[in-house]
Ligand binder design. Structure first.
Ligand SMILES: *[C@@H]1O[C@H](CO)[C@@H](O)[C@H](O)[C@H]1NC(C)=O
Ligand SMILES: *[C@@H]1O[C@H](CO)[C@@H](O)[C@H](O)[C@H]1NC(C)=O
Length: 602
């Protein structure tokens, strides 16, 4: 069996007394005290004996007891002093929460006679609680495109204190992007919101840290804080921007396919896909797209075709950078193509003569050339020469025209044909050249007289020989050509012992076709000595006749002299055979004499 403690028994008795007193209407007095919470133990709540008009001794004799409905023993009665004292620390918030006013209700009972008093102890709030938030921080992810006025609900703070010691207000700092807005709710609380008042820019500030502070009205004032962390989300609000507006590149025209020209670069301030830049060439009207390529990912520009300085020496490549959202920027690549000596000079014959006369004056133009080299600078500077040692030279007529002219006298009899090789070379390193060969004929003029092979001839013939007998042949040569070289022979008229020599001997002319003859006709003399031998019909005598032949510039008609004792056979070309003509030929008749054999050219 469990022994009940005396205090429990006392309590029971008090409850009974209390019930009884109430039923019987024994409540004799009431008193109210007001004390702050959290008073130290033993602090005086009130002079209860005095306030109820009781003698302190009566408290003892009447076995005064305190009774509280909830059995909380916060207050005790000091019967010796006749006062109520704080027995336990009183926390208003624990006792009453947010309920106001907060009071302890006590009953004091006395016995002998039974008396019953009620005592109310109001517990006043002191500012012993700061406002507080449940979380230390709140996180938001807000797009940088969020519109001005967008609202974001924040957590409310709690303050266990009441009244002026309770939650009074909030502040949010810094205030450059968000403003705090408090809405009074029906329950008397406030809805806490932050409102965007200035555009967010992820590229400028990707994170914002704000502090929400809740304050009460106590003195001193207490506060609680919470961090508000904002991550600004990217939107594609930035176009790519090229690091350079113009890129300059120099490339040689012989650069091989794949040669890197440059790398262009554009920067997009946006994030991830919004900031991913791809490059492209936008030229459409020229041949840039077929000559150059750009790597869409890294902006590497390379050569894709073959360059030709002579065709195009300057290109402008237009490059566009775009992000996935379609925002773009553009730049220009200026490409200068440099020349290399890749063209040999081209020689074009503008006008030419196939033949010139050998008596042409020095400086006579034979051929006119047009020489071109599309390369630039030294690579396109051309000079033309003739290698062989020939009586010709190249003369510059104008910037692009050159002429081949004769240089000095030309003699067909030395060379009747020239193969002239004209070589044109540029001044590039290494030099490129080309050449043409011209064949030039030298036409003849009658500038050479016939020349007898010998200056004198001597022939022996017997007397009384048969007319028509060939005595001997004279021959003259002419260095000229064709008609100018055709030689005919004439026996010049002279007499032997008074008889014309033509009656003894004759010369056959080169009786070719009668022509437009050398002009001017030229002649030469040769002396022909004819010795007539004795045939023993008379005492031996021999006669020597000199025939001086002469080449004259007359026509062939003179050579036929009928009845002359010496005649010419039909000659070979260039030769004349002197023959014995009909008629008696005796030493008596042919005395020492001379006759002229006329040799003519036709
Ligand atoms: C010139 O060239 C032609 C053709 O090659 C050749 O037949 C001729 O003999 C050459 N003439 C001279 C003088 O070399
Ligand atoms: C040829 O001989 C004749 C007579 O002797 C002379 O008069 C003439 O000048 C001579 N001609 C030439 C070309 O030598």
């Amino acid at each position: 069996m469990v022994q009940e403690s005396s205090s429990v028994r006392t309590m029971r008795r008090q409850v009974l007394l209390f019930m009884l007193a109430r039923c019987l209407g024994f409540v004799l007095g009431q008193v109210t005290y007001s004390i702050p919470e959290e008073m130290a133990k033993g602090s005086v709540v009130g002079k209860i004996a005095h306030d109820l008009g009781l003698d302190v001794k009566r408290l003892k004799s009447g076995k005064a007891r305190i009774y509280t409905e909830d059995n909380a023993e916060y207050i005790e009665l000091n019967k010796d002093r006749g006062v109520l004292l704080v027995k336990e620390r009183i926390d208003r918030e624990t006792l009453c929460g947010q309920t106001t006013p907060c009071a302890l209700h006590l009953q004091i009972t006395l016995e002998d006679p039974i008396e019953f008093y009620t005592v109310t102890v109001e517990i006043n709030d002191i500012n012993d609680n700061a406002p507080s938030f449940k979380k230390e921080e709140m996180k938001f992810r807000i797009s940088e495109s969020a519109v001005i006025g967008a609202k974001f609900v924040l957590e409310r703070a709690m303050d266990l204190d009441v009244g002026v010691n309770g939650l009074q207000g909030y502040t949010l700092k810094p205030t450059d992007h968000f403003q705090l807005k408090l809405n009074n709710q029906q329950d008397g609380s406030k809805k806490v919101e932050m409102v965007l008042q200035k555009h967010l820019d992820r590229e400028a500030q990707e994170h914002l840290s704000l502090i929400l502070t809740a304050t009460d009205g106590g003195d001193p004032q207490l506060s609680g804080t919470m961090r508000v962390e904002i991550s600004v989300l990217d939107v594609n609000d930035n176009a790519p921007v090229f690091t350079q507006e113009v890129y300059k590149v120099t490339i040689t025209e012989t650069a091989p396919k794949g040669t890197i020209l440059c790398t262009v670069s554009a920067v997009d301030a946006d994030q991830r896909i919004n900031g991913k830049v791809s490059y492209s060439i936008t030229n459409t009207l020229d041949d840039v797209p077929s000559l150059f390529r750009i790597d869409a990912e890294n902006g590497l520009v390379s050569l894709y075709g073959n360059l030709d300085y002579e065709k195009t020496s300057h290109y402008e490549i237009h490059v566009q950078a775009s992000d996935d959202g379609g925002l773009t920027d553009s730049c220009k690549i200026v490409v200068e193509v440099t020349d290399t000596n890749d063209n040999q000079p081209s020689i074009n014959i503008m006008s030419k003569t196939n033949s010139i006369s050998e008596n042409s004056k020095s400086g006579t133009v034979v051929t006119i050339f047009n020489v071109q080299d599309p390369d630039s600078g030294e690579n396109g500077k051309v000079t033309c020469n003739i290698k062989e040692n020939m009586p010709f030279l190249m003369k510059t007529t104008s910037k692009k025209f050159l002429s081949l002219v004769t240089d000095g006298d030309i003699d067909r009899e030395v060379a009747s044909e020239y193969n002239i090789t004209v070589t044109c070379a540029d001044e590039g390193v290494p030099s490129l050249s080309s050449s043409v060969t011209l064949t030039l004929q030298i036409s003849d003029v009658n500038d050479n007289a016939p020349v007898f092979e010998r200056s004198s001839y001597e022939a022996y013939i017997v007397e009384n020989n048969t007319p028509g007998l060939s005595i001997f042949t004279v021959k003259a040569r002419d260095a000229d050509w064709n008609q100018n070289a055709r030689v005919s022979y004439i026996l010049e008229d002279s007499s032997v012992n008074g008889v014309p020599v033509s009656s003894y001997v004759s010369v056959s002319a080169d009786s070719g076709v009668i022509h437009d003859g050398g002009s001017p006709p030229l002649s030469s003399n040769v002396t022909v000595k004819i010795v007539i031998q004795d045939q023993n019909d008379n005492p031996l005598r021999s006669y020597v006749g000199y025939l001086v032949t002469k080449v004259v510039a007359v026509d062939v008609t003179l050579d036929r002299m009928p009845g002359s004792p010496i005649n010419c056979r039909k000659p070979q070309t260039g030769t004349c055979t002197i023959t014995r003509c009909a008629g008696r030929l005796t030493p008596e008749r042919v005395t020492v004499s001379s006759a002229e054999l006329v040799v003519r050219t036709c």
